[in-house]
Every structure is written in structure tokens, then in C-alpha cells.
Design a protein around this ligand. Structure first.
Ligand code: NAD
Ligand code: ZN
Length: 345
């Protein structure tokens, strides 16, 4: 497609962003052009905006950033055969190679040469974005564009939650960022008995209650460990979903976990964490799972089924604004005074 579009980009290294007019992306043989209907801001976009250590090492400007989105396919390359013109799709952010050892073993979520949209190639804070056909998720059910735009964090929540046996389980989720929040209805609908959550932000704890948490605990005011043990005959939670990346939440989470429980860790600590492996894992016979991204496409099918079954993420969407107002959205994310912020190009 010929013409220009508006986009949010990092033109040169340094903090901030540029609102630019860019050429509409050209697609390759096996790529499609998507007209973005809705996009969402992720913590990664905040890192790029602030130009932190990670961004300095990882991002090579010029780059249009943003990676959580959905839209309509408006152009297809001549080699495309799995999706069609006019189809409404969400997109898997992690572009896998399809032929490395892990991809061939059905483990694309740990692909050797994974490329990330909005990090390694131009992203979705724009009117149009080009992606490989293999990254498209055509929907089998009706979903609002705001929900279709947040399938990346929702998929993270689904992957984390479903990695443990939730039926009848008392589940502790540490960290009520968007992923932790989305994990609440997933856990509840997947059979959890009770969901305990922790966060140091009252705003996020309130949101957690709206999404169905049974007990929302602020570790700044109350110690979650005796609180949870008191309600579980002194044993502790059956399952820990760690989605904060905060060292103190990680320690608290393991302390509140019963013997032979399962801990699924998705939160990323900013540096190595000191941890009592002997007492918190070995002697308690804990099963620990590391969670990276979404299983492709297993997590997506499960996530879609759960949405069809009634997982309600509408309360997670707290702000909506035009793409041009992205700075307001980024600042809300930095303040933690939001769930998901949706942008319309
Ligand atoms: P986020 O980073 O905003 O969420 C973290 C939450 O933890 C915040 O609400 C914060 O207030 C809370 N928190 C801070 N200290 C705490 C404490 N002591 N106890 C309890 N909660 C505390 O948002 P997010 O996007 O939901 O990301 C969650 C984590 O997942 C981050 O660490 C992020 O880097 C990581 N992440 C991992 C993957 C992966 O594939 N493994 C993918 C995306 C994000
Ligand atoms: Zn691969």
C-alpha cells in the first residue's frame, strides 16, 4: 500500500518519543499489512520511553515501538495462505523462526532466534504494521477490540496460571500489574477455590477486587504469610503465581506456599535475587516453573476458550485515548494508576 501514516517512534537514542509521519510499511512475500484498530501500552514500552539500561542495550533506533494490538488485514503478500484479506486478527508478539530445535519440538516460546515486534522490528503504535502471516491469530469468537489488543499480557497470565493444577486450589498471586490482574479471573474460572493477591499499590488492589480476588493484601500494612496460613489450616497456598518480579514478594510468596506446592514465576527481577533454596524449595519439595511468554499456540487456544467461558477482562481496561495522547498513557503506567491503557491510532 502506498502513502504515509502517523506513528510513535524512537528516532534517536535517549528518553522520550517522536510523533512522526512514516511511510506505510512494505510487506514481504509471507507477510500481511494490518490496519491497527486498538493497541495497548506495556511495561516494555515504558522502558523504551524512559530509555533505561535494558533499552540502551536492546533497542536500535529508529524504531516504531508498541507490540500489543489487533486489527484488520488490509494487504497480503503473494506467498500468504493461512490468513485472508479483511480478517480481524490479534498478533503474537514473539516472532519465531519455525525451524530451530525448539520450534521443531513445539516450544516456539523459547525459540533460539525469536524476534519481538516493537523491539527488534517496527511495532504497532502506528496506523499500519507489517507482520509475518505466522504471527496472526484469527479469532474464532467475537471479542471487543480492546480485549483483542491485550492478548499478549492476557496470554502471559493464562500461561502462568494454567501451568499449575488449579482445581480446588488456594492460589496466591503476587503483583497486581496487568498480568497478575488478568490471572485472577483465569484462576477462578479454571477451578481455583480462593484467590489471594498482594500488591503495594492500593489502586491495584482495588482493581484486583473488581476482577474477583477473594483476599487483597498490602504487604506494607499486613504480612500475607500468617494471613494465608491462618485461612489454610496452617499449611499455606497450594499454588504461587509470582508476577511482580519484586524480591520481597518472591520471598513472601514462597514462604506462603505449602509443602509440595507449585510456584510459577513470570515476574522478572531487575537483578539477581538472593534466595533460600534449601528451605524454600528443597525441604518443602516445591515444584518451580519459569514462564516465558505464551505457548504458541496452545496458550492462545486456552485463552480464547476461557474468554468464551466467561473470563471478563473489561475491568482491566481502565483508560482509552487516541494514539497522539500516548504520553498521558505512559505517565499513568509509570504512576501505576491504571490497568491497561488502550490507544486508538
Ligand atoms: P507491573 O510490572 O506493573 O506489575 C508489577 C506489580 O508488582 C505492580 O503492580 C507493583 O506495584 C507490584 N509490586 C511491587 N512490589 C511488590 C511487592 N513487594 N509485593 C507485591 N507486589 C508488588 O506489570 P506487568 O506488566 O503485569 O508485569 C509483571 C511482571 O512480569 C514484570 O516483572 C514484568 O517484567 C514481567 N513480565 C514477564 C514476562 C515473561 O514472559 N516472563 C512477560 C511480560 C512481563
Ligand atoms: Zn525457532
Amino acid at each position: 500500500m502506498e502513502g504515509t501514516m502517523k506513528a510513535v517512534a524512537k528516532i534517536a537514542p535517549g528518553p522520550g518519543f517522536d510523533l512522526i509521519t512514516a511511510p506505510i510499511p512494505k510487506i514481504g512475500r509471507r507477510e500481511v499489512l494490518i490496519k491497527v484498530k486498538a493497541a495497548a501500552i506495556c511495561g516494555t514500552d515504558v522502558h523504551i520511553y524512559e530509555w533505561d539500561d535494558w533499552s540502551r542495550k536492546r533497542i536500535t533506533p529508529p524504531l516504531i515501538f508498541g507490540h500489543e494490538f489487533c486489527g484488520d488485514i488490509v494487504e497480503v503478500g503473494e506467498g500468504v495462505n493461512s490468513v485472508k484479506l479483511g480478517q480481524f486478527v490479534s498478533v503474537e508478539t514473539h516472532i519465531t523462526c519455525g525451524h530451530c530445535y525448539y520450534c521443531r519440538q513445539g516450544m516456539g516460546h523459547v525459540c533460539e532466534t525469536m524476534k519481538i515486534i516493537g523491539v527488534d522490528r517496527d511495532g504497532c503504535f502506528a496506523e499500519y504494521v507489517a507482520v509475518p502471516e505466522t504471527a496472526c491469530w484469527p479469532w474464532e469468537i467475537e471479542v471487543p477490540v480492546e480485549i483483542a489488543a491485550i492478548q499478549d499480557p492476557y496470554g502471559n497470565a493464562v500461561h502462568t496460571a494454567l501451568s499449575a493444577d488449579l482445581v480446588g486450589a488456594d492460589v496466591l498471586i503476587t503483583g497486581m500489574g496487568p498480568i497478575g490482574l488478568a490471572a485472577i479471573p483465569v484462576a477462578k474460572l479454571s477451578g481455583a477455590r480462593r484467590v489471594f493477591v498482594t500488591d503495594v499499590s492500593e489502586y491495584r488492589l482495588n482493581l484486583a477486587k473488581k476482577l474477583g480476588a477473594d483476599y487483597a493484601i498490602n504487604p506494607k500494612n499486613d504480612d500475607p504469610v500468617p494471613f494465608i496460613k491462618d485461612l489454610t489450616q496452617g499449611r499455606g497456598a497450594d499454588v504461587l503465581l509470582e508476577v511482580s518480579g519484586n524480591p520481597s514478594a518472591i520471598k513472601q510468596g514462597f514462604a506462603a506456599l505449602r509443602k509440595a506446592g507449585t510456584a510459577s514465576l513470570l515476574g522478572i527481577p531487575s537483578k539477581p535475587v538472593e534466595f533460600d533454596i534449601a528451605n524454600d524449595i528443597i525441604f518443602k519439595s516445591i515444584v518451580v516453573k519459569g514462564i516465558n511468554g505464551r505457548r504458541i499456540w496452545d496458550t492462545w487456544f486456552k485463552g480464547q476458550a476461557l474468554l468464551a467461558k466467561g473470563v471478563d477482562l473489561s475491568k482491566l481496561i481502565t483508560h482509552k485515548m487516541p494514539l497522539e495522547e500516548i504520553e498521558k498513557g505512559l505517565e499513568l503506567m509509570i504512576a501505576g494508576e491504571c490497568g491497561k491503557v488502550i490507544l486508538y491510532p
